[in-house]
Design a protein around this ligand. Structure first.
Ligand code: BEZ
Length: 255
């Protein structure tokens, strides 16, 4: 059984309920982007468009793209010019002042080089690529619990991690190879409180793993992953914190 990110399914309602913290925690990245009035900015993996809306509120024009039709529908309802696009096949040509991406690039594991090349092509000369994604070591405890429980459930083929969590060196090298000058890149440990708990996080984000388990065993599988994680990620008040590590960067397209 192979696990791949493409088997993730998005529901804008479930996302709003269990993952609002993702856009709430996007402020430092927006500050790094520093959108200016009159700029045209592409939001890569815009989700329901909450951060694109903040870019618009700063006076810029935002175009949002996302692979999920349900997320794009939610972004359109939020007033964003949003389109369904697979980021591996970007087809924009030197038309954006900046490309922005929050918590999306780690889902694009199939061919990260194709994504970066498409971003480079989409930017005007000297345009900037400002993004944050899961970095090396991101959700490590959660990954160990998922893989260990999959093995117990007889799914030991062995599955590949569906998420792309590169190190600083790996991603800096890729950006350089595609013609970007990296102005800032860093790995930022960011323990992240989960307002609706670990099981809801797994139901929202770990669908590629859950789908590897037979349908009638999925609920028990999620219960077991949650219980494995309780001693390390749940405090004595019952509050869950995920072991997030962010890779954040700002890079400029060469002329
Ligand atoms: C993240 O934002 O780091 C993340 C989201 C979903 C799955 C794994 C990681």
């Amino acid at each position: 059984m192979t696990i791949n990110a493409a088997s993730q399914e998005w529901s804008s309602l479930r996302y709003a309920e269990n993952a609002r913290f993702v856009s709430d925690l996007g402020e430092p990245l927006l500050a790094l982007l520093n959108p200016q009035p009159g700029e045209r900015i592409l939001d890569l993996g815009c989700g329901d468009g909450v951060l694109a809306k903040k870019i618009v509120n700063a006076g810029a024009t935002a175009v949002g793209i996302d692979g999920s039709a349900d997320m794009v529908a939610a972004a359109l309802r939020n007033g964003i010019d949003a389109r369904i696009v697979d980021a591996h096949n970007l087809n924009f040509g030197a038309e954006f002042d900046a490309v922005f991406s929050n918590a999306a690039l780690h889902w694009m594991k199939r061919d990260p080089d194709a994504v970066i090349a498409g971003v480079h092509h989409a930017l005007k000369a000297s345009g900037r690529f400002v993004a944050e994604m899961g970095g090396h070591g991101n959700v490590a405890a959660i990954c160990v619990a998922l893989f260990a429980t999959l093995e117990k459930y007889g799914v030991n083929d062995p599955p590949a991690n569906p998420w792309y969590f590169p190190s600083v060196n790996e991603y800096r090298t890729k950006l350089g190879q595609h013609g970007f000058r990296v102005e800032y890149i860093g790995l930022i440990p960011r323990p992240t409180p989960l307002p609706t708990g670990m099981r809801a996080w797994l139901e929202t984000f770990a669908i590629p793993f859950t789908k590897a388990v037979r349908h009638e065993r999925r609920s028990a599988f999620l219960d077991e992953v949650t219980e494995r994680l309780r001693p390390v990620l749940c405090d004595s008040d019952g509050l869950w914190t995920a072991d997030y590590v962010r890779l954040r960067f700002s890079a400029r397209r060469g002329t």
